[in-house]
Design a protein around this ligand. Structure first.
Ligand code: BES
Ligand code: ZN
Ligand code: ZN
Length: 499
């Protein structure tokens, strides 16, 4: 990750390779731009009059060697209508600018975006958004490309310029938060992007165990330990795979001793072929991303540990592949779970809820203050919400409302689906306690109904990230592949939980 720092100072005095100035609609400069214009004998103004760029959003132009400045380049980045700016647009703008500068030859740059007016935001909000945009936008996953283009003059440092030294402390804190959050998100992306032959349950366990912090304890159970503990639902799904399952438990104790933790539970399906109810071939490769729920949990732990947050967290990750070996579980099988609830398996491809049943029951047993689970659980959620929002369901109004607020603030957005009592009818079984599919209708909700049977009365929220966990087109702040969905959302939630 490139270095990001904060500073106050005039644009024409900066000696960096590039100075980035915003350009508003109608070729208008902001305060720092006007100051530079005044200090440079109006050169900038005469450029602007002849300029093709009228300040349209994210259209950017480079002016070289402006007399009266100490920088090689002034980068004018179009912002569009300032009244329409949002924090997410600021992230996108910062990401696009960083991506352009990355190949421009400029190594050290200063950027004057904080002085932009974004309705309802503090300076710290804007500084955090700019830093996040840069760190998230520059993320790449190219470790398997053996012939990389070498960029000898890649971006090295970025200075976020603030209007006054008075704000230095809060701006620096905002950058530190952005750094931890981006590191957590990019870690989750790395795990998601690893291919299924590398990212196995064992690999996930190793990655969890490698998270080191004095307040963090990680326990990774292998198959023997899982058998001993009685996680029978996880073992049932694992039957078709030649690889051992893992059950990962993380305990972070940064809060008061004895305070009930927030439990984070993540689906760690390292490859989902569907099992005996095999999936069609189309895009089946994308089922390597079926462990993105667990990646979100690990990303959150990484960020929280880096920030030394004063909270207690419990993380629970059940991990296996869902394959079709000779011993694979089959449609018609009845699985007795860790909790004792019996499941009639009618489709082996609805495996996520099965392995989560043990993880949720285990988490609930520990009496946490609340449970949040993350899972690429249903194709139906992709149909309902697409890539723009994570499906939100659950039992606690307060928890759900906190998540909605954080979703809007971070743009790691959620949208609630109802969990009316009547939906529970759809998962009734004639031969066991419940069945693992609820029919075509309301598939995302009936999956959540299934999970609800394992959380007791602990306040609970379920995040179906099937549509948001990866993006094969890429977005403004995320290249093609895993997005790290859920990390920014829940870190923000934890930051604001008691305040
Ligand atoms: N991992 C899939 C859900 C999924 C599908 C996520 C596509 C993202 C994109 C899950 O295990 C699954 O296969 N669910 C089934 C459930 C069905 C059989 C009731 C589904 O959604 O088709
Ligand atoms: Zn499946
Ligand atoms: Zn799955």
């Amino acid at each position: 990750m490139i270095e990001i720092s904060v500073k106050a100072g005039s644009a024409h005095k900066q000696r960096d390779d590039a100075v980035v100035l915003p350009l508003l609609d109608g070729r208008k400069l902001t305060g720092s731009g006007r100051e530079l214009q005044d200090a440079t004998g109006k050169v900038l103004g005469s450029f602007l009059r002849k300029f093709d760029n009228s300040g349209d959003f994210a259209v950017s132009n480079t002016l070289y060697d402006i007399e009266g400045t100490y920088t090689q380049r002034v980068e004018l980045v179009g912002v569009g209508d300032e009244k329409k700016l949002t924090l997410q647009k600021l992230r996108a703008l910062s990401s696009k600018t960083a991506r352009k500068l990355e190949t421009s030859g400029a190594r050290d740059v200063s950027i004057y975006f904080p002085e932009l007016n974004v309705k309802g935001t503090s300076l710290a909000d804007r500084v955090q958004a700019i830093a996040e945009g840069v760190w998230l936008g520059l993320y790449t996953f190219d470790k398997y490309q053996t012939k990389k283009k070498e960029n000898k003059r890649a971006l090295r440092s970025l200075t976020i310029m603030i209007p006054s030294r008075r704000y230095l402390d809060e701006a620096e804190a905002a950058v530190a938060t952005a750094k931890a959050v981006a590191a957590g998100t990019n870690f989750a992306r790395d795990l998601g992007n690893e291919p299924g032959n590398v990212c196995t349950p064992e690999f996930l366990g190793d990655q969890a165990a490698a998270l080191k912090h004095k307040k963090l304890k990680v326990t990774v159970m292998d198959k023997k330990a899982i058998e001993k503990a009685g996680f029978t639902a996880l073992l049932a799904v694992n039957q078709g795979s030649a690889k051992e399952p893992r059950f990962i438990v993380l305990e972070y104790n940064g809060g008061k001793k004895g305070d009930a933790p927030v439990a984070l539970v993540g689906k760690g399906l390292t490859f989902d072929a569907g099992g005996i109810s095999i999936k069609p071939g189309q895009a089946m490769d994308e089922m390597k991303f079926d462990m993105c729920g667990s990646a979100a949990v690990l990303g959150i732990f990484k960020a929280v540990a880096e920030m030394n947050l004063p909270v207690n967290l419990l993380g629970v990750i059940p991990s296996t592949e869902n394959l079709l070996g000779g011993a694979a579980y089959k449609p018609g099988d009845i699985v007795t779970t860790y909790k004792g609830v019996t499941i009639e398996v009618l489709n082996t491809d609805a495996e996520g809820r099965i392995i989560l049943s043990d993880a949720l029951a285990y988490a609930a047993e520990k009496k946490p203050a609340e449970i949040i689970d993350f899972a690429t659980l249903t194709g139906a959620c992709v149909i309902a919400l697409g890539a723009q929002a994570t499906g939100l369901m659950g039992s606690s109004k307060k928890l759900k409302s906190g998540l909605k607020t954080s979703g809007d603030h971070t743009h790691d957005r959620v949208w609630e689906l109802p969990m009316y009592e009547e939906y529970q009818e759809q998962i009734k079984s004639k031969i066991a306690d419940i069945r693992n599919i609820g029919g075509r209708e309301a598939g995302t909700i009936t999956a959540a109904c299934f999970l609800s049977r394992f959380v007791d009365d602990i306040p609970w929220a379920h995040l179906d990230i099937a549509g948001t966990a990866w993006d094969m087109k890429g977005t403004d702040i995320s290249p093609v592949g895993a997005t790290g969905a859920g990390v920014r959302l829940v870190v923000d939630y934890l930051l604001n939980r008691n305040g």
